[in-house]
Design a protein around this ligand. Sequence first.
Ligand SMILES: CC(C)(COP(=O)(O)OP(=O)(O)OC[C@H]1O[C@@H](n2cnc3c(N)ncnc32)[C@H](O)[C@@H]1OP(=O)(O)O)[C@@H](O)C(=O)NCCC(=O)NCCS
Length: 232
Amino acid sequence: MNPLELSKAVGAFTDEDLRKAAAASQAAQRPTTLVRELGAQHRSRLLKHFLALGEEDRLLRFGQSVGDHVIEAYVDSIDFDHDTVFGVYDEHIELVGVGHFANLRDNAQGRVAEFGVSVSQSARGRGIGSALFERAAIHGRNTNVRTLYMHCLSRNAAMMHIAKKAGMKVQYAYGEADAYLELPPADTVSRLTEAIDEQVADLDYVVRRNLRDARRFGQRFWRSIMPQKSTA
Ligand SMILES: CC(C)(COP(=O)(O)OP(=O)(O)OC[C@H]1O[C@@H](n2cnc3c(N)ncnc32)[C@H](O)[C@@H]1OP(=O)(O)O)[C@@H](O)C(=O)NCCC(=O)NCCS
């Protein structure tokens, strides 16, 4: 029996306390997720990421069942001058998380941006969705956005969890949910945080890409000088 189970057995903690403690401990053990801003040169990687989403994930991400041609049109239409797209790479430099921060029209409270996010099935539960959301929120603050908005299906438990954890106000209607986060104005800390996060993610990407290229070069080199097996 571990200490938490022992405390529960003597009535010191409820199941809810234990669940929160386990979640906090899991979150604390997560490695840092580096989020990078993407550009038009990354369209093919974005396309690969979205096309790999299954039917249910496409429904959750885009609010409707979408075929490959709709995804192709969506990726083609992303305006990188108007919107910001964030990505997370895995250890093989595959894009496993994408967040689209789209600037919408201003409302009475000020500027509004919509955020949509997807994480590859194999990379879920590691904090990537949350990291992309946090980056979007800080980017919103730094670009004078007052309200960050998300539209999801209300049965999207993971996304609703992220939204509520971030303190978003959620309105439900007909199986859909609109979540709003009021963003505080930018300050020195928010600006520095985003700038440092971006530089660290860029540096990490370049180092990993160079290591991968060096490894590939080494493999090709050794193959080229090894005696070839005779097929005769
Ligand atoms: C929603 C999505 C982006 C989450 O990505 P992720 O990288 O797995 O998210 P994280 O690991 O940061 O966090 C998931 C959180 O939800 C919780 N969660 C996961 N499944 C859950 C469920 N069924 N019920 C309640 N909470 C759940 C996790 O415990 C975690 O909480 P924690 O951070 O407090 O530990 C991902 O599941 C996805 O791409 N889904 C398909 C597309 C989609 O739904 N997009 C959102 C619409 S805009």
